[in-house]
Design a protein around this ligand. Sequence first.
Ligand code: CA
Length: 218
Amino acid sequence: MRVLLVEDDNLLGDGLCTGLSQHGFTVDWLRHGQAALHALKFESFDAVIFDLGLPDGDGTQVIKSYRDLGGRVPILVLTARGDISNKLALLDGGADDYLVKPADTRELAARLRVLLRREEGRRVPVLRFEDIEVDPTSYRVSVKDQPVELTHSEFKLLHALIRNPGMVLSRERLEEVLYGWNADVDSNAIQVHLHNVRRKIGPDVIRTIRGVGYAIGR
Ligand code: CA
């Protein structure tokens, strides 16, 4: 799942990126609140980790602006301030959870998984297209009620396509889904994964729109 990390401390940010990647998250890292707000408007993330003391202001204001704009992605705040009134203000201000720094990566990963499960519970639990079912909570995929084993990358691609039926997603967009922004990706990686997905779920489900991208459905 793709997580946006907003943290201006290089050492801490670096540690969190590495740690969360090891727990299976795709992490994109920004250091400024306004850049985060911009990214949240135009990109899709499954969760956000917010440091409050940012170079361009207080993270609480950014979170409030994001919620005021209707943004619904779950937010976990990293705070150095441990007092209870601050925590309550955070939760009232739009955060879903908080951890006091220094945060243990294992606990952070566990808290994120809880937020993601809660969020998935709010969404349509199982995504369907024709006789294909994708369950984002349990990571199960089935075709004609028969379970299909997909790798983590294959699942992410199928999930991205099936949750946006009829929408054409470019190769670059799918690379972001799998690797985040900064990864140095082999230009064939997406084609290779899609080839494997098609082999497993059937050749005609995912359409290639030449020169544009890929889509499920019309
Ligand atoms: Ca900071």
